[in-house]
Design a protein around this ligand. Structure first.
Ligand code: KDG
Ligand code: MG
Length: 402
């Protein structure tokens, strides 16, 4: 089998998505997600200018060799743009492999270790009461795990808190919006929120929280310690992702489980964290972490240290990534949980999906490969629109992490 053509499909059904489609001489095509929120066209250009010409003529079944061709074979390794492109290629090739063998992707990854995937939902509110109401809605929808992000008094806009009645979408049209941040207000507010949520919903519901990189190591240690009575499923990204050593301090002070890595791209972002057992969950998604080929190795490495997966699954990752993640989650032994934010309905006009949510879990059908298709004609109805994630400044104007 040979690759005969490949193209990048750019569309914006409610938000931007980049999809790689690889064609073969066997009449089979594969799809890969290449969406990097706010930097979409950089990946599209990288794929179109440098990867697609080199893919033509290759045997798509050689996933390992092709992965190394675009990773090791490129002097400028790692980095979000490069690794998102590598991921998209890898996902599309595994999709082709599954279709060629007429079997769902999970069968190529070891078969099923479980029948369904535990997911967590997002609950948000501008204040405590709205947040509790939203957690209640998620419980009514049968979620067994809920991430809780609440507004902080004195901060007008903060990560994870949606505008009234709408699901949270931080990327806004045009250049980045600016938000104002105050760590002290945040650190005082979060434990109070979890105290009230536990009071309202008891102790069986799994609760999660995303710090979103906004604490220093000592602040993160204080937060993790103060949340211990509410026994979180995990505390996510407590320190900025690039500071692996930062988690040593936190670990000395708290038993709150830690998840990190949605901004990571390779196993080299995780080596200290895994070998020193500074974390409990890896978050690096297939779409940014080198696809199936690389994540299989990272997950296996993590499993030796009893670290589980909890892949990123925000709505800025396309249904192709989510479906591939479900296959992966079904197959590996050290699966922990999957983030699940349902896409807006308009997304499903373009992407035809093969998974469904049922009673707190995601399930996938028997379609071969990844099993998601794209309607290219519909995609053309939703052209790209420049949109960026916000930036954060402290009250005195200092640029901070968002
Ligand atoms: O593009 C950035 C979002 O995907 C990210 O902010 C979402 O932190 C996130 C999460 O945990 O879903
Ligand atoms: Mg996150």
């Amino acid at each position: 089998m040979r690759i005969t053509a490949a193209k990048v499909i750019v569309c914006c059904p409610g938000r931007n998505f980049i999809t790689l489609k690889i064609d073969t001489d066997a009449g089979i095509y594969g799809l890969g997600d290449a969406t990097l929120n706010g930097r979409e066209l950089a990946v599209a250009t990288y794929l179109e200018q440098y990867c697609i010409p080199a893919l033509i003529g290759k045997d798509p079944r050689n996933t390992e060799d092709i992965w190394h061709y675009f990773y090791r074979g490129v002097y400028w390794k790692r980095g979000a743009v490069t690794m998102t492109a590598v991921s998209a290629i890898d996902l599309a090739l595994w999709d082709i492999k599954g279709k060629a063998l007429n079997t769902p992707l999970y069968n190529l990854l070891g078969g099923k270790s479980r029948e369904r995937i535990l997911v967590y939902a997002h609950a948000t509110g501008k204040n405590l009461q709205q947040t509790i109401d939203d957690v209640g809605r998620k419980v009514e929808q049968s979620f067994q795990a809920v991430r809780v992000q609440s507004g902080v008094a004195g901060l007008a806009k903060i990560y994870g808190v949606a505008k009234d009645g709408r699901s949270y979408e931080p990327a806004q049209k045009g250049m980045p919006a600016e938000e104002v941040w105050d760590t002290s207000k945040y650190l005082n507010s979060v434990p109070q929120v979890f105290e009230k949520v536990r009071e309202a919903f008891g102790h069986d519901l799994h609760l999660l929280h995303d710090v979103h990189h906004r604490c220093t190591p000592i602040e993160a240690a204080r937060l993790a310690k103060s949340l211990e009575p509410y026994h979180l499923f995990w505390l996510e990204d407590p320190v900025s992702g690039e500071l692996q050593e930062g988690l040593r301090l936190l670990r000395q002070h708290s038993t709150t489980p830690i998840a990190i890595g949605e901004v990571f791209n390779t196993v080299y972002d995780y080596t200290a964290l895994i070998t020193e057992q500074l974390i409990d969950y890896i978050r690096m998604p297939l779409v940014h972490g080198g696809g199936i080929t690389h994540l299989l190795k990272v997950a296996a490495f993590a499993s030796i240290y009893h670290i589980q997966t909890g892949f990123h699954g925000a709505t800025d990752l396309s249904p192709v990534n989510l479906a591939a993640s479900i296959h992966f989650d079904l197959a590996i032994s050290n699966f922990g949980i999957q983030e699940y934010m349902p896409h807006q309905e308009v997304v499903h006009e373009v992407f035809k999906i093969n998974y469904r949510f049922d009673s707190g879990f995601l399930q996938i059908n028997e379609a071969p490969g990844i099993g998601v298709d794209i309607d290219e004609e519909k995609a053309r109805d939703y052209p790209y629109q420049t949109a960026c994630l916000p930036v954060n400044r402290k009250a005195d104007g200092t640029m901070y992490y968002w």
